[in-house]
Structures are given as C-alpha cells and as structure tokens.
Ligand binder design. Structure first.
Ligand code: PAF
Length: 282
C-alpha cells in the first residue's frame, strides 16, 4: 500500500502509471472507515486498475464547529483496514494546508437548486464545501471513475451535477447503502451511539420501508404526514425532515407519474447524533 500526503508526490506517482494507460478509480472518504466504505473500495478495485482512497476530514463542509471537532480521527485503524482489503491501494491523506493552502473556504457553485433542500437547507453551505474538496481531489487524482455511497444520495446528485457543469471526464458511480444487521444505514456517526440505541435506531429504516409500502396507495403528503406522526410518538427521536421527492431533481411530488422515480429522504437526531437515510419508492 502506498501512502501520500503530498499532492505533488501523488500526482508524480500517478503520472508514471498513466503512461501505461491505467484506469484510475477514486474513493473519497473522511476516514472512520466502515463496511459502507469497504463496498466502495471493492467496487473500485473490481472496475479500475489503480485505486486511490483519500482520507481527509474536510473543514469547509461542516457548518457546525462542534460536529467537526467530534468527527472521529481513526487514521491508524483506517490504514490497517485498507491494507487488509488490498495491499495495492494508494492512500492519500493530505493536511488541510496541503489542500487549501491559507484559504480555507468554499467555492461558489450553481447546482440548479439541488443544494437548496434537505441537507442543503439544514446544513448551510455544506454542499459548497463538499463540491470544493471533491473538485480539488478530482483535479489532483484525475480519476476515470469516482465512487460515492447512495446513503448521501443528495451529495451523489450534486457530484454528478458538478461533473456536468465542469465537463470533467469522470464517471460517477453510485453504490448501494450498506446496512447494519438490524437495518441502520452504516455511517461513521453510528460509532457515537450506544449499542442499544443503534438497535432502536433501526426504526428509521423500518419507517422508510413502511413509507415505501404506503406510497403505493397514498399521496406523498399523506405518507410524509404519517412518518411525522410516527416520530411524534417517539420522544427519543427528533425528526429533522422527511421528504418525498423526484429522485433526479429533488423537486416535490405534485402528482405521481409512472415514468418518474421517487425517493424518500429522512434526517433524525437520536442521542445528539444526526442520522440520515433514504429509500427508492418505485
Ligand atoms: O461523503 C463523504 O465522506 C464526504 O462528503 C466526501 C465526499 C469525502 C467529501 O469530503
């Protein structure tokens, strides 16, 4: 496994490989790796010859300084974890200065409204920070393919939009959500939940499954109200949002149309930890 913290050295190394026309896959992460990340890395290994995993906790995507401070730093364990997957991975662990120099700020982007709802509404400038760091990583690694999890479905759409708007020749691959045995979507934040609460939090996924069933016969508004009522009755869970939207535009569902794909999105606080999840409805 090769480890780089200097972008110059990584670029130089990748240039030697690109001379032999190797396909490069990039898996951007913020560390605290779990089985969800593992599935992205495995998919990248199966589709590209050279796989770069970046580990970088990106300050510009946190609107809450406390959240950034609490973000787990498990670099040694992450490297061990990756080594077990493949000894041929390239791992990029830049410092904040290496990526941002002295200007730790986000670029401005126009995502055609994709960033104005849900995560974008509740975490101000979050997606500008995500797009800024992802664009930096893309321009350093110049991957042929980049891999993102569908747990952050809105992020996935925004990265696809970024590619479209900047004309970068990169294929964005969305990978299915990986769940804990009881159904909770895998997330680095789950580590902050006591075991018992994690099991209880499986009710988030159960509610999404029930919402999917209801959506067969009820309107989006009815289903969203049903979910709100369900969480009103569970005081240890604080529902931040439930939204049923067109999965391509994230616009509201006015009238269900057969040729459109819809998805339910949810954010819930439990034990002070913010969890998100989503499900395809048709
Ligand atoms: O999904 C994440 O872990 C982050 O948002 C990403 C894409 C690595 C950018 O910091």
């Amino acid at each position: 496994m090769l480890l780089f913290s200097s972008k110059k050295e990584l670029i130089a190394h990748l240039a030697t490989l690109k001379n032999t026309s190797t396909a490069v896959g990039l898996v951007p992460t913020m560390g605290a790796l779990h089985k969800g990340h593992l599935s992205l890395v495995k998919k990248a290994i199966s589709e590209t010859k050279t796989v770069v995993v970046s580990i970088f906790v990106n300050p510009t995507q946190f609107d809450n300084k406390d959240d950034l401070k609490k973000y787990p730093d498990t670099l040694d364990a992450d490297l061990e974890y990756l080594k077990k997957v493949s000894d041929e991975l390239i791992v990029f662990t830049p410092s904040v200065t290496e990526l941002y120099s002295n200007n730790i700020s986000s670029k401005e982007y126009d995502f055609d409204g994709l960033d104005e709802t849900m995560e974008g509404e509740f975490r101000s400038n979050h997606f500008l920070g995500v797009a800024t760091v992802v664009e930096k990583l893309f321009s350093i690694v110049k991957p042929n393919k980049a891999y993102f999890g569908e747990k952050d479905f809105q992020q996935l759409l925004i990265i696809k939009k970024l590619i479209k708007k900047t004309n970068m020749p990169i294929e964005i691959i969305g990978c299915p959500i990986v769940r804990e045995p009881h159904g909770l979507a895998m997330s680095s934040r789950n580590e902050r939940l006591p075991k018992g609460i994690r099991v209880k939090a499986s009710c988030i996924y159960e509610t999404l499954l029930a919402a999917k069933k209801l959506f067969g016969t009820k309107s989006a508004t009815n289903v969203m109200n049903w979910v709100k009522n369900k969480f009103d009755k569970q005081p240890e869970f604080e529902l931040e949002y439930i939204k049923i939207a067109d999965q391509d535009t994230l616009g509201p569902v006015k009238r269900k149309q057969k040729n459109k794909k819809y998805r339910a999105f949810i954010a819930v606080y439990v034990n002070g930890v913010r969890l998100i999840d989503n499900i395809a409805l048709n």
